[in-house]
Ligand binder design. Structure first.
Ligand SMILES: *[C@@H]1O[C@H](CO)[C@@H](O)[C@H](O)[C@H]1NC(C)=O
Ligand SMILES: *[C@@H]1O[C@H](CO)[C@@H](O)[C@H](O)[C@H]1NC(C)=O
Length: 267
């Protein structure tokens, strides 16, 4: 991954009590005040410039990101976010359906909430991604990326939302390519390869300055043999950053996993 890397945490404050060095990335210690809400803690991170060939504007680090889940809408309205503390907010979640359209888990309230979030963020010069999937929203990813036609449909549907909600990027939270997550998810040994093809397509469809991120396990994506892939450098060409879901692991040394393995080999 040549460009950069993001570490995002929630629910694991102890894990960021002191700066952690991750390969070329330094994870700084967040101040307690860097909270959107007590459950959503974000960590500044250092980023690498994009390759010279990229048409995307280089990111300047560190950036701070937070998820804004639609279920906090009532108790924590988007207007209450202290945007001075964040660069990016990811709205969670849009769920891929069996026909590769996207649905909100709170269809009555989420669309208006997302619009308010985007307005509030843009008014402060900050940016919003829509996070697609999530733990309970990963049932149909595998089908949505399993052939050219499905990838086209799925990417076009995401592109529509991108424009409809004036977004600045898309976050893909597939839990997990090539491995069962919540139960009942479609899983295929080709998932990770298909995921890459899908991300390449999405990259080409979205405007050049749109950012694409992925929420990932502390290990690289699972390959056809069921093991973490040894080389995920091609993902780095299409993803702007990844967020490591280290809260799945309950330990600090998990930060070692990606750097030691393939992704960071190409940094
Ligand atoms: C792809 O997904 C569709 C469902 O949309 C399914 O009918 C088809 O069998 C899948 N193809 C492969 C190769 O898994
Ligand atoms: C995986 O991809 C290969 C090559 O495209 C294909 O021949 C195979 O049927 C796929 N396997 C599954 C389970 O979809």
């Amino acid at each position: 991954m040549r460009r950069f890397f993001l570490i995002s945490l929630f629910n694991l404050a102890y894990c960021v009590a002191s700066p952690l060095h991750v390969g070329q990335f330094q994870v700084a210690s967040p101040s307690p005040s860097a909270l959107v809400s007590p459950d959503y803690i974000q960590v500044p991170f250092r980023i690498m410039p994009p390759p010279p060939s990229s048409s995307r504007k280089p990111l300047q680090g560190p950036l701070v990101m937070a998820y804004y889940p639609d279920w906090v809408g009532n108790e924590f309205p988007p207007e209450k976010i202290d945007f001075r503390r964040f660069d990016w907010i990811d709205f969670a979640f849009a769920l891929p359906m069996s026909d590769f359209t996207l649905a909100f888990d709170d269809p009555d309230n989420a669309p208006a909430l997302l619009r308010r979030l985007v307005s509030a963020a843009h008014a402060k010069g900050k940016q919003v991604k829509l996070s697609v999937g999530g733990w309970t929203g990963s049932q149909y990813f595998s089908n949505a990326v399993n052939c050219t036609n499905n990838r086209q449909t799925f990417a076009n549907n995401i592109l529509s939302l991108y424009h409809q909600y004036s977004l600045d990027g898309i976050d893909i939270d597939w839990e997990y390519p090539g491995r069962q997550g919540a139960g009942g998810n479609v899983v295929n040994p080709n998932d990770s390869n298909n995921f890459l093809l899908f991300l390449q397509l999405l990259r080409n469809k979205l405007p050049p300055n749109a950012r694409i991120s992925a929420a990932v396990l502390p290990t690289p994506f699972f390959g056809p043999d069921g093991n973490p892939m040894q080389d995920v450098s091609r993902f780095a060409q299409v993803l702007d950053w990844v967020t490591v879901m280290n809260y799945d692991v309950w330990g600090c040394n998990v930060f070692q996993s990606w750097p030691k393995r393939a992704l960071v080999r190409r940094l």
